[in-house]
Write a protein that binds this ligand. Structure first.
Ligand SMILES: [Zn+2]
Length: 350
């Protein structure tokens, strides 16, 4: 991938403060020089402070879908330890959610020019050190085929890689079974679309959400997002982090290699994706955003990985009576939209 110096307009707009209710009122346009893919990036900023009282906004919707629910603000466990095995200890410091690219670059046919690199992120976020976790399409130039990406990277100053514990999942061309690979330390690329939570990776306080025994129609991630949407309306709230699914099985998909025939509908897309029922325990990385301020955002996106060869794009648990989710999530202070396509996709954001 090549990058070049360019001038970019960055729009910084206030977004709603989920935890503190403080609302910034400055709207301004700045012009900066930086290096990042020669693409427009839209920044939304907010300032937040944890207050226990506001987290209970999550409870009504979660309680409609799960028998046992708890929401707390806790000290984040060391996420470098099992079962999480992340590249950094925590989710604190300059918390940001980033939506890059779009299903429009995959559908109806792939745009192979859309290859990005996590090593370019510090130019956009200004975060140092930078810890990046999330879900996207994998680095096909490395894998040889299209694949699912679970980004899990810590960068230090000068964009050097301190720890790359990223994963990819692809579909075996002969057997159609899943193939799991860890990426080499120096492979930080991904393609087409991705949704990340970034921070400095510092220890600190986070939201802990535990839900057991699903008795409603919504999956765990959708339950959280809809709870925020109902409580905060058109004020966007972004959360990101890690979800541990200890029990049940989970419906996931892994993308097959790029379709040679155009995918024009949800049905075409679902026939092309390869679906699996994955055994737990599984760890998920990604983000959710409660309201789209007209940026063609993907509202939620989590990818799962494990030590037993299975993973992929999270859909829902398939044994709801036994399921247990434990999430450690942090609230984003800003949202960055990168490389939004001119034409929004009509499907493919589930
Ligand atoms: Zn996905």
């Amino acid at each position: 991938m090549s990058t070049r110096n360019c001038f970019l307009y960055i729009k910084i707009i206030p977004i709603y403060n989920f935890i503190s209710f403080y609302k910034l009122v400055l709207i301004y346009l700045i012009k900066e020089i930086f290096l990042f893919l020669s693409l427009f990036a839209v920044h939304w900023k907010l300032k937040h402070h944890f207050r226990n009282g506001n987290i209970f906004a999550l409870l009504p919707e979660l309680s409609k879908n799960f028998k046992t629910v708890s929401v707390d603000v806790v000290q984040c466990p060391n996420l470098t330890c099992p079962p999480f095995n992340l590249a950094a200890e925590g989710l604190n410091g300059d918390e940001t959610v980033i939506d890059i690219g779009s299903p429009s670059y995959l559908l109806p046919l792939v745009n192979l020019s859309k290859v990005y690199d996590i090593r370019d992120f510090t130019k956009v976020t200004g975060t140092d050190p930078l810890f990046v976790i999330g879900a996207g399409a994998g680095p096909w130039p490395h894998a040889g085929v299209n694949c699912e990406f679970i980004g899990n990277v810590q960068l230090t100053s000068n964009d050097s890689i301190k720890n790359n514990s990223s994963h990819i999942y692809k579909v075996d061309l002969q057997t159609e079974s899943q193939v799991h690979n860890r990426l080499p330390q120096d492979e930080t690329r991904f393609a087409l679309l991705a949704n990340f939570f970034t921070s400095r990776g510092f220890k600190g306080q986070v939201l802990k959400i535990v839900c057991e025994t699903r008795n409603g129609p919504l999956d765990f991630v959708t339950s959280i997002r809809q709870a925020l949407a109902k409580y905060f309306g058109n004020k966007p709230v972004g959360l990101g982090g890690v979800i541990l699914i200890e029990t049940s099985k989970v419906k996931v998909h892994v993308m097959r290699d790029f379709s040679k025939t155009p995918l024009h509908s949800e049905t075409d897309l679902n026939n092309w994706l390869k679906f699996y029922e994955a055994d737990t325990p599984l760890v998920g990385l990604g983000y959710l955003v409660s309201h789209d301020p007209d940026l063609d955002l993907r509202p939620q996106h989590f990818h799962l990985f494990s030590n037993h060869g299975v993973g992929g794009h999270y859909h829902y648990d398939t044994e709801p009576t036994t399921v247990k989710y434990t999430a450690y999530l942090n609230v984003a202070k800003k949202l960055i939209r990168v490389d939004q396509p001119e034409i929004a996709p009509l499907f493919g954001k589930d």
